[in-house]
Design a protein around this ligand. Structure first.
Ligand SMILES: NC(=O)c1ccc[n+]([C@@H]2O[C@H](COP(=O)([O-])OP(=O)(O)OC[C@H]3O[C@@H](n4cnc5c(N)ncnc54)[C@H](O)[C@@H]3O)[C@@H](O)[C@H]2O)c1
Length: 340
């Protein structure tokens, strides 16, 4: 089986790439290394079945070339993270709309099955406990940059739905809730690696907003097998499928737990969203998935607890001496984008 993975050098994309190689796939990865890092691919560097191409999903010809011969396409490249969306809104919209369109078109032209990473952001401010795939979206003004990520991902989902119904594309949408674990960096706004870095450095843990907002964090190792199985599951075609944990925690409690598990003497400091993310941001109070559909389709169940996740991230950062971004990037065999 040949797989094409966009965003292969990213947090989730790199774990997925390793799992596919372990399962005997040949994998071609594409990444522009904007938020991804070659270091994430250290464990698969030199694998005979793996090739990474540095380039953009906005390069239509390149995407088409790399999709040729692929049986499976996993689309994980995206502009991600609240700091990225705030600072590079236009570029992020282009990547998350036009880039996805390129990947979906290429999968269709090459008759490959495609799995596209979507997000719980789709649900916006809907704070129902146990969000189901057919629940309504409640989003704020499109003029607030915060919602542009959700808007773009929603367009991606509609595009896929239309391709499935009108063009016969085989596609499934994975709606990921907060997915965390080793290799995720806090540099672009992700809370767990940021709290852990701050705690290990003895700096204050900066909680944005009241700290009462509730999230559910799922270990990436629980999510990956569901992704690789979903794309092989005929009944999943045309579906959007939630993947996440239902273990709820407030962000304030998360900060206290990180302090306890690291044994840090750090304090907790609250900052307003306006201070940190500007006026284009508004938060949502609770986001909890219902993953019954994923359970029915592929037997999905989040098995790792929040403490398991925190220990894994703490161990990684303690061994590395901080958040991953601070580490040097080793050289990994690469193929020139085109003309090679
Ligand atoms: N981690 C989460 O909690 C979460 C939640 C919901 C959805 N997702 C989705 O999962 C996917 C992966 O997210 P992640 O958490 O691994 O983040 P990530 O930033 O680590 O991964 C995104 C990857 O895409 C690459 N990329 C960005 N723009 C590109 C472009 N134009 N061309 C080629 N590559 C490009 C980045 O360099 C990076 O390697 C994204 O689609 C994201 O929307 C993640």
């Amino acid at each position: 089986m040949k797989s094409f993975v966009t965003g292969a050098a990213g947090f989730i994309g790199s774990h997925l790439t390793a799992a596919l190689l372990n399962a005997g796939h040949e994998v071609v990865g594409l990444d522009d290394l904007s938020t991804g890092r070659l270091e994430n691919l250290t464990t698969v560097a030199g694998h005979p079945g793996f090739r990474l191409v540095e380039g953009s999903i906005l390069d239509r010809d390149l995407v088409d070339e790399l999709t040729t011969g692929a049986d499976r396409v996993f689309h994980f490249a995206a502009a991600v993270g609240s700091f990225v969306i705030r600072d590079r809104t236009l570029e992020s919209l282009r990547t998350n709309i036009h880039g996805t369109e390129n990947v979906v078109e290429a999968a269709h032209r090459n008759s490959a099955r495609i799995l596209v990473a979507s997000t719980s952001e789709i649900y916006g401010k809907n704070d129902k406990v146990g969000l189901r795939e057919d629940d309504d979206r409640i989003v704020g003004s499109p003029l607030r940059s915060r919602w542009s990520y959700a808007e773009a991902k929603a367009i991606d989902e509609s595009l896929l739905d239309a391709y499935v119904r009108e063009r016969g594309l085989w596609a499934v949408i994975a709606r990921l809730f907060n997915t965390v674990g080793p290799r995720q960096t806090g540099r672009y706004g992700m809370v767990i690696p940021r709290f852990v870095r701050q705690a290990l450095a003895g700096e204050p843990l900066t909680v944005f907003g009241t700290g009462e907002q509730v999230r559910c964090f799922c270990h990436v190792h629980d999510v990956i097998p569901a992704l690789t199985t979903l794309i092989e599951t005929d009944q999943a075609c045309g579906r959007a499928v939630n993947l996440g944990s239902s273990e709820q925690v407030s962000i304030g409690e998360l900060a206290r737990r990180v302090i306890r598990l690291t044994g840090s003497a750090s304090e907790i400091k609250r900052l307003s969203y306006l201070e940190v993310l500007g006026s284009g941001y508004e938060d949502l109070m609770r986001r909890v998935p219902d993953c019954a559909l994923a359970g029915d389709l592929v037997g999905f169940k989040a098995t790792r607890t929040l403490d398991d996740i925190l220990r894994a991230v703490i161990d990684e950062q303690a061994n590395r001496g901080g958040d991953a971004v601070a580490s040097p990037v080793p050289v990994v065999a690469r193929t020139a984008a085109t003309g090679s």
